[in-house]
Design a protein around this ligand. Structure first.
Ligand code: ZN
Length: 390
């Protein structure tokens, strides 16, 4: 068993599985469309592939150790009720095939947005209901929670809403050091957002509107060696968030943004990198330099993954071809020599998800299952792009 990061092809949406060095799993978002469940449809069957990668417990349940929902939008939570068990662990319907979530990682905004004008889809409502059940379990019995009852809240909420449950709240800037209370030393995850903004109503509104996504920079252990892969993932966080994060941390903690692997936010949307509208300005649009800096701390041999449909030179957004060009420019210098990969394009060419393995020698793109060797990202970036379909 080695550590890995798998990006499932879900068109515009996110679905990523991290397997830690000790075999524990962290699932980030899901988008399991009806078409992907349909045997007669060509859409890649992400649910079966996911289950094949998960372990089964003594009661016959497939499970994930931790499930992070970056934010409760449809393209990040579709398929929850169809494929996952929600409710008290003791009531799990035997042989149902539903995936058991040992620990949820949820933004506090699931509590808030459900009660505002923002309309949650049915799967998001189900997530919020289960999250509230687990928070209540923790309040009832702080030390008695078991697998299937656990939850971590990603970020302190405003107005003291999370004050009663500080033991299960990860504050902005803090590190997460274990999945489902498993052994430490497998990874750390620096929580960069959501940010707690209390002083300025206008800013709060701006940041909440499109930017409630959880942003974490993971540092994964490979082959028993710490920090072999930095993986930056941030849901659909937009330009205002990245700009502000860089502004706040560039002098004290620029290292919080460095990555070997990054999931291009919001499915390679232009709105992550700029305030200017492409539809109005075309090639005259300007990149927001602070946002680009936050997203531009690529290490040598880094890969930027765009979880989206094929990227065409047209007016659709996301994904946007101008955004792709900006990411390619981040990866181009001799100090980086990285690679940009779109999940849908990759799977269309290879008929399998995009997968990276993390070992003592670093992170590398996995070749065909039969080939044990993998191109080492960072040692031979030229070879890895030349073998892009390998
Ligand atoms: Zn999205």
């Amino acid at each position: 068993m080695s550590a890995s990061v798998v990006f499932f092809p879900v068109a515009n949406g996110d679905m990523t599985l991290i397997t830690l060095d000790n075999g524990q799993t962290i699932l980030i978002d899901i988008k399991i469309r009806a078409a992907a469940d349909d045997e007669d449809d060509e859409t890649y069957d992400v649910a079966s592939d996911l289950k094949d990668r998960l372990k089964t417990d003594s009661e016959g349940r497939s499970y994930v150790d931790s499930f992070l929902l970056s934010h409760p939008d449809q393209d990040h939570i579709t398929g929850l009720e169809n494929h996952f068990y929600l409710g008290p662990p003791a009531d799990y319907p035997k042989d149902s095939g539903l995936i058991f979530i040992r620990e949820m990682w949820s933004s506090p905004l699931v509590f808030r947005r459900a009660s505002t004008q923002h309309v949650l889809c049915a799967d998001a409502k189900a997530w919020a209901k289960e999250a509230r059940r687990r928070v209540q379990r923790f309040k009832d019995d702080k030390f008695g929670t078991v697998d299937g009852d656990r939850i971590l809240i990603m970020g302190k909420d405003k107005d003291g809403k999370t004050d009663e449950i500080t033991d299960i709240v990860v504050e902005q800037g803090e590190l997460i050091t274990s999945a489902n209370r498993g052994s430490s030393g497998q990874f750390t995850g620096r929580l960069l957002a959501p940010m707690l903004v209390a002083e300025d109503d206008e800013l709060v509104a701006l940041l909440e509107k499109n930017n409630s996504s959880v942003i974490i920079n993971f540092s994964l252990t490979g082959g028993g060696n710490a920090d072999k892969c930095r993986f930056l993932t941030g849901g659909d966080a937009g330009v205002a968030i990245w700009e502000r994060l860089w502004h706040n941390h560039k002098d004290s903690d620029p290292d919080w943004f460095t990555y070997d692997l990054m999931q291009a936010p919001h499915h390679c949307s232009w709105r992550t990198l700029s305030y200017d509208r492409w539809s109005e300005m075309g090639e005259k649009v300007k990149v927001c330099e602070d946002a680009r800096s936050a997203l531009g701390q690529a290490k040598f041999g880094a890969t930027i993954v765009a979880s989206c449909k094929p990227i065409l030179k047209d007016d659709s957004d996301p994904p946007h071809e101008r955004a792709k060009r900006e990411y390619v420019s981040i990866l181009k210098p001799d100090t980086v020599k990285g690679e940009f990969i779109c999940t849908s394009e990759y799977t269309n060419a290879n008929d399998r998800p995009l997968e990276f393995t993390v070992t003592f020698s670093g992170v590398s793109k996995k070749l065909r299952a039969a080939a044990a060797a993998a191109t080492i990202v960072g040692v031979s970036a030229v070879a890895s792009s030349a073998r892009g379909h390998g």
